[in-house]
Design a protein around this ligand. Structure first.
Ligand code: DQA
Length: 148
Protein backbone atom coordinates (compact mmCIF):
# COMPACT_ATOMS: atom_id res chain seq x y z
CA UNK A 1 0.00 0.00 0.00
CA UNK A 2 1.36 3.41 -0.95
CA UNK A 3 1.56 6.05 1.70
CA UNK A 4 1.61 9.84 1.84
CA UNK A 5 2.72 12.42 4.36
CA UNK A 6 0.58 15.51 5.02
CA UNK A 7 2.81 18.13 6.63
CA UNK A 8 1.60 21.44 8.01
CA UNK A 9 3.78 24.27 9.24
CA UNK A 10 3.54 26.96 11.91
CA UNK A 11 0.21 28.30 13.16
CA UNK A 12 -1.81 25.78 11.14
CA UNK A 13 -2.76 24.28 14.52
CA UNK A 14 -4.75 27.49 15.11
CA UNK A 15 -7.06 26.99 12.14
CA UNK A 16 -10.70 27.52 12.98
CA UNK A 17 -9.99 30.53 15.16
CA UNK A 18 -7.06 32.13 13.28
CA UNK A 19 -8.17 34.95 10.95
CA UNK A 20 -11.28 33.04 9.80
CA UNK A 21 -11.95 35.71 7.12
CA UNK A 22 -8.70 34.52 5.48
CA UNK A 23 -8.33 30.88 6.50
CA UNK A 24 -11.97 29.85 7.03
CA UNK A 25 -13.54 28.08 9.98
CA UNK A 26 -12.36 24.49 9.43
CA UNK A 27 -9.96 23.23 12.09
CA UNK A 28 -6.78 21.27 11.43
CA UNK A 29 -8.68 18.19 12.66
CA UNK A 30 -11.38 18.82 10.03
CA UNK A 31 -8.70 19.12 7.32
CA UNK A 32 -7.00 15.93 8.49
CA UNK A 33 -10.37 14.08 8.35
CA UNK A 34 -10.92 15.35 4.80
CA UNK A 35 -7.41 14.08 3.93
CA UNK A 36 -8.07 10.67 5.54
CA UNK A 37 -11.30 10.26 3.61
CA UNK A 38 -9.64 11.19 0.31
CA UNK A 39 -6.63 8.97 0.94
CA UNK A 40 -8.91 6.02 1.77
CA UNK A 41 -10.66 6.57 -1.58
CA UNK A 42 -7.30 5.93 -3.30
CA UNK A 43 -6.28 3.19 -0.83
CA UNK A 44 -3.38 5.34 0.31
CA UNK A 45 -2.24 5.24 3.90
CA UNK A 46 -1.67 8.59 5.51
CA UNK A 47 0.48 10.23 8.17
CA UNK A 48 -0.42 13.77 9.27
CA UNK A 49 2.00 16.03 11.11
CA UNK A 50 1.97 19.68 12.12
CA UNK A 51 4.80 21.59 13.73
CA UNK A 52 5.58 25.15 14.64
CA UNK A 53 9.31 24.32 14.50
CA UNK A 54 11.37 24.36 11.31
CA UNK A 55 13.79 21.63 12.48
CA UNK A 56 10.93 19.30 13.40
CA UNK A 57 9.46 19.72 9.93
CA UNK A 58 12.88 19.06 8.36
CA UNK A 59 13.19 15.85 10.47
CA UNK A 60 9.70 14.70 9.42
CA UNK A 61 10.44 15.41 5.75
CA UNK A 62 13.75 13.53 5.93
CA UNK A 63 11.89 10.65 7.60
CA UNK A 64 9.48 10.43 4.67
CA UNK A 65 12.20 8.98 2.45
CA UNK A 66 11.64 5.22 2.32
CA UNK A 67 8.40 5.44 4.34
CA UNK A 68 6.11 7.47 2.12
CA UNK A 69 5.51 7.75 -1.62
CA UNK A 70 4.66 11.45 -1.74
CA UNK A 71 4.21 14.59 0.34
CA UNK A 72 1.48 17.22 0.58
CA UNK A 73 2.89 20.21 2.43
CA UNK A 74 1.54 23.52 3.61
CA UNK A 75 4.79 25.02 4.90
CA UNK A 76 2.82 28.10 6.07
CA UNK A 77 5.17 31.01 6.91
CA UNK A 78 8.24 28.80 6.24
CA UNK A 79 7.15 28.80 2.58
CA UNK A 80 8.57 32.28 2.31
CA UNK A 81 11.75 31.80 4.37
CA UNK A 82 13.02 28.24 4.54
CA UNK A 83 15.85 27.00 2.37
CA UNK A 84 16.14 24.11 4.89
CA UNK A 85 12.64 22.88 4.01
CA UNK A 86 13.34 23.36 0.29
CA UNK A 87 16.52 21.24 0.65
CA UNK A 88 14.84 18.53 2.76
CA UNK A 89 11.96 18.18 0.29
CA UNK A 90 14.40 17.98 -2.62
CA UNK A 91 16.47 15.32 -0.84
CA UNK A 92 13.47 12.99 -0.46
CA UNK A 93 13.17 12.57 -4.24
CA UNK A 94 9.41 12.19 -3.65
CA UNK A 95 6.61 13.93 -5.53
CA UNK A 96 5.61 17.08 -3.65
CA UNK A 97 2.38 19.10 -3.78
CA UNK A 98 2.46 22.51 -2.08
CA UNK A 99 -0.84 23.72 -0.65
CA UNK A 100 -1.99 27.05 0.76
CA UNK A 101 -5.49 27.68 2.06
CA UNK A 102 -5.42 31.32 1.04
CA UNK A 103 -4.49 32.79 -2.32
CA UNK A 104 -0.99 33.98 -1.42
CA UNK A 105 -0.88 36.12 -4.58
CA UNK A 106 -3.80 38.29 -3.40
CA UNK A 107 -2.07 39.14 -0.12
CA UNK A 108 1.09 40.91 1.07
CA UNK A 109 3.93 41.01 -1.42
CA UNK A 110 6.22 38.95 0.87
CA UNK A 111 3.86 35.98 0.49
CA UNK A 112 4.28 35.85 -3.29
CA UNK A 113 7.73 34.24 -3.06
CA UNK A 114 7.90 30.53 -2.22
CA UNK A 115 11.09 28.52 -1.67
CA UNK A 116 9.03 25.36 -2.17
CA UNK A 117 7.24 26.05 -5.48
CA UNK A 118 10.34 25.57 -7.70
CA UNK A 119 10.75 21.98 -6.45
CA UNK A 120 7.05 21.10 -6.14
CA UNK A 121 5.29 18.97 -8.75
CA UNK A 122 2.28 21.22 -8.29
CA UNK A 123 1.01 24.16 -6.24
CA UNK A 124 -2.58 24.71 -5.08
CA UNK A 125 -3.62 27.92 -3.34
CA UNK A 126 -6.76 29.85 -2.55
CA UNK A 127 -9.17 26.91 -2.49
CA UNK A 128 -9.34 26.44 1.30
CA UNK A 129 -9.41 22.91 2.78
CA UNK A 130 -10.43 21.37 -0.55
CA UNK A 131 -6.92 22.27 -1.76
CA UNK A 132 -5.63 19.37 0.37
CA UNK A 133 -8.17 17.02 -1.23
CA UNK A 134 -7.13 18.13 -4.70
CA UNK A 135 -3.49 17.69 -3.75
CA UNK A 136 -4.21 14.08 -2.74
CA UNK A 137 -6.08 13.52 -6.05
CA UNK A 138 -2.99 14.75 -7.91
CA UNK A 139 -0.53 12.81 -5.77
CA UNK A 140 -2.52 9.58 -6.19
CA UNK A 141 -2.21 9.93 -9.98
CA UNK A 142 1.51 10.78 -9.83
CA UNK A 143 2.25 7.84 -7.51
CA UNK A 144 0.26 5.46 -9.70
CA UNK A 145 2.13 6.66 -12.80
CA UNK A 146 5.49 6.25 -11.05
CA UNK A 147 4.65 2.72 -9.96
CA UNK A 148 3.37 1.48 -13.31
C1 DQA B 1 -0.58 29.85 4.31
C2 DQA B 1 -0.12 31.17 3.69
C3 DQA B 1 1.15 31.65 4.35
O1 DQA B 1 1.59 32.88 3.76
C4 DQA B 1 0.93 31.88 5.84
O2 DQA B 1 2.13 32.25 6.47
C5 DQA B 1 0.29 30.72 6.51
C6 DQA B 1 -0.73 29.95 5.81
C7 DQA B 1 -1.95 29.38 3.73
O3 DQA B 1 -2.28 28.22 3.95
O4 DQA B 1 -2.66 30.18 3.13
O5 DQA B 1 0.53 30.48 7.69
O6 DQA B 1 0.37 28.85 3.99
Amino acid sequence: MSSILIANGPNINLLGTRQPHIYGTASLKDIESLCRERATHYQLSLECIQSNHEGELVDAIQGAHGRHNGIVINPAAFTHTSIAIHDALTATGLPIIEVHLSNIFQRENFRTHSYVSPIADGVICGLGPEGYGLAIDALAKIIEARES
